[in-house]
Structures are given as structure tokens and as C-alpha cells.
Design a protein around this ligand. Structure first.
Ligand SMILES: C[S@@+](CC[C@H](N)C(=O)[O-])C[C@H]1O[C@@H](n2cnc3c(N)ncnc32)[C@H](O)[C@@H]1O
Length: 365
């Protein structure tokens, strides 16, 4: 099942990373590297495949804010929840356990295959849809008029994607410069670093990575690729390290990898489209829960919800406030919810997570 679902990845140009891949350290790599063999038979065929049934859920991805998402979503029997970022299925399982029906959406066929297997015991209450959450309105059930009691979007990549060398998300693991969340992503990281004009690389590093050394890094990429195109994550990571040096604990390639990943998957564009679509997919009273991991995403969600939850607009030149035609939501939590110290100690990836929660008003037209 996993092998079949992941064939899109093996369609990438074949590159042999076996010699260095085998040395990947770390506790999860036993699962990660073996599963990579399934995900990318063309690249890693010498490694033994692993069945997902051997992987405990925590080896795939530990969901953030488990208690808070359960509480704010208030799922239950008779409720219909859309999990727009299914991943390992952790949040979906929380909702399914309340008796709700869940539709899990993901761009990644491997995530869908894993979650289908994990959540099979819930029978027909769990279904999946492969695609970008920006296209939730295209889901047949939604087109036929179904509306959800809740939508969750837990943004970014899963631990499983990040830790899989063959996916190319990590500057710590040798892999192809891919970084696509799924086959619908329009380009790979290699396309960007080997083909994009310098000015566009500078722009994404500034905009998506908030990287102050964007020009220096882009210059080094252009120089390096004129000698030899980039092939691997470590080629790129070491080029960046040579260009800007290593200072402090954070790896110098961190912001560049984030920026390239966001450009590869058009993450902010997808989020903007999904936010605008949410009022058309939710029932009046339906909940919108969004978990972000960096300031750009959170800023977009915060501004969207602030505007859509403001009944009247006012500007200095106006004689009086005017009704806001976009007033659709009520903020259930005025500020972003942050993880508890207990959660961050159990799950370090939760450190930068923020949860925002709103409810569609009944006055929806
Ligand atoms: C942080 S993980 C979600 C983890 C999940 N909540 C769990 O409990 O395991 C994000 C997942 O959403 C998917 N994803 C991210 N952006 C997406 C998008 N625009 N459309 C569809 N899926 C997306 C990724 O492929 C990944 O599997």
C-alpha cells in the first residue's frame, strides 16, 4: 500500500545516496530510513521495506496541542470534522475517538496511506481526500453541499517528512533536493537552486526565510551552480555554511531550507486560499482551528481572523464606522494559544507552535 502510494516520489531523477544514507544516525532513523526505501524504490532499493504497522504512531508524528484541539473542536457523535493536514493521523484519531466523522486531507500520498491503515478501525467514520487544502471546496462531498462542524489545519511538514532523508527536507541528512510535500507541489528544491534567477532566490530567502544574509547566500548558490548543479541537501547546506559561516547553535542553513520548502510547496499561497474558503465549507457555528509554526503563517492567520471578526470598520476620514462586509467569525480565544511547558518538554517541535481558534457566525449569508 505504501509502496504503491509513494510511486510519485520515485519518478524523480534517480540519484544514489546509499553510501552515505546508511550512516544516518538517530533513534528514529531505524524506521525512517527503512520506510524511505518504500517511498523511493528507485533511489534506495537496497534497503529493506518496512510495514507501517510496525511503526508506533509516535514514530510518525506526535500531534501538537492534543488536549487543546480536542477541547476547542468539541467534536462528538454526529459531528463532521475536516482534518486539512492529516499527516500521521494523530489529530484525526483524537476527533474519531469522540464519535465524530472525519475527512482527512493531505497532499502526501504516503501520509494518507499511513493514516488509512492506522485509522482503519474507525471504519466508515474515517475517509480521506488527496489534495491541497487550498482546494477544499473541490471535495466532492463539499460540492454536493455538505458542510463541516470543524476544520483543523496543522501547518508545515510532519516529523516523518522532515526526518526522511529521501524527501530532502533536512539539512542534517543527505538526500535529493526535493522538499515536495506531494506530487501536486509544482517544483522541487533542485529546480529553485539550479534554475531560478538570483533575484528570485534572494526574494524568497528574505520573504519566507526572513534571512538577513539572503544576498550573500544567493550569490554563493549562483557561483556554485555555475561549476556544478546542486544535487543533494548536504551540497546546499555546506555551500550556505561556507558563504555565511556558523555562529551559535542554529545551523546556518535553517532559514534557507525553510524558505525553499515554502516556495516549493507554495505554503503561504495555499494558506491564504484555504482561509478564504473556510467560511464556505463550515456550518454556521463551525470551528476553525489553525496551528502555525512560524511568524509568517501566524501573522497571516492573525490578520485574517482579526479582520473577519471585526463587526465595524473605522478609518480616520470617515464620519462614522461602517459595517464590515467580511464580518463572519467570532474569535474563541482572543490571543494565540501557546504550548504548555509540559508539552514542549515532551515534544520539542511544539516549541514554536501557536493555535488560533475561531467560530463561524450564524449570520453567514
Ligand atoms: C504538521 S503535519 C500534520 C500532523 C497531523 N496533525 C498529525 O497529528 O499527525 C502537516 C501535514 O499536512 C500536510 N500539508 C501541509 N500543507 C498542506 C497543504 N497545503 N495541503 C494538504 N496537505 C498539506 C503535510 O503533507 C503533512 O503531512
Amino acid at each position: 500500500m505504501v509502496r504503491a502510494a509513494s510511486r510519485w516520489l520515485s519518478a524523480r531523477p534517480s540519484q544514489n545516496f546509499l553510501s552515505r544514507q546508511g550512516a544516518t544516525p538517530g533513534t528514529v532513523s531505524r524506521f525512517v530510513d527503512q520506510t524511505d526505501a518504500c517511498a523511493a524504490p528507485g533511489w534506495l532499493s537496497a534497503q529493506a521495506p518496512v510495514s507501517f504497522s510496525e511503526i508506533a504512531p509516535g514514530d510518525y508524528h506526535l500531534p501538537v496541542f492534543p488536549a487543546e484541539t480536542a477541547e476547542w473542536m468539541a467534536a462528538g457523535e454526529g459531528k463532521f470534522i475536516i482534518d486539512g493536514t492529516l499527516g500521521g493521523g494523530g489529530h484525526s484519531e483524537i476527533f474519531l475517538k469522540t464519535g465524530a466523522r472525519v475527512l482527512g486531507v493531505d497532499r502526501d500520498p504516503e501520509a494518507l496511506a499511513h493514516a488509512r491503515k492506522r485509522l482503519a478501525p474507525f471504519g466508515e467514520r474515517f475517509s480521506t481526500w488527496e489534495g491541497n487544502f487550498s482546494a477544499l471546496r473541490e471535495i466532492p462531498e463539499i460540492q454536493e453541499g455538505a458542510r463541516a462542524d470543524g476544520i483543523l489545519m496543522d501547518l508545515g511538514v510532519s516529523s516523518r517528512q522532515l526526518d526522511s532523508a529521501a524527501r530532502g527536507f533536512s539539512f542534517m541528512r543527505e538526500g535529493p533536493l526535493d522538499m515536495r510535500m506531494g506530487p501536486s507541489s509544482p517544483r522541487t528544491a533542485a529546480d529553485i537552486v539550479n534554475q531560478w534567477p538570483e533575484a528570485d532566490i534572494v526574494r524568497i530567502l528574505f520573504e519566507y526565510g526572513e534571512e538577513s544574509k539572503a544576498r550573500r547566500i544567493a550569490g554563493a548558490i549562483i557561483k556554485q551552480r555555475s561549476i556544478q548543479p546542486f544535487k543533494t541537501t548536504l551540497d546546499l547546506a555546506s555551500c550556505i555554511e561556507r558563504a555565511i559561516g556558523r555562529h551559535g547553535k542554529t545551523h546556518p542553513a535553517t532559514k534557507t531550507f525553510q524558505a525553499i520548502r515554502m516556495a516549493v510547496n507554495e505554503e503561504l499561497e495555499s494558506l491564504a486560499t484555504a482561509l478564504a474558503a473556510a467560511p464556505h465549507i463550515l456550518k454556521p457555528g463551525g470551528k476553525l482551528l489553525i496551528i502555525t509554526f512560524h511568524s509568517l503563517e501566524d501573522r497571516m492567520v492573525k490578520r485574517f481572523l482579526k479582520h473577519r471578526s471585526t463587526p465595524f470598520l473605522d478609518e480616520p476620514g470617515w464620519p462614522e464606522p461602517k459595517p464590515n462586509p467580511d464580518y463572519q467569525f467570532q474569535l474563541l480565544a482572543r490571543k494565540a494559544i501557546l504550548p504548555t511547558a509540559e508539552e514542549t518538554s515532551l515534544n520539542p517541535r511544539a516549541r514554536s507552535a501557536k493555535l488560533r481558534v475561531a467560530q463561524l457566525l450564524a449570520l453567514k449569508s
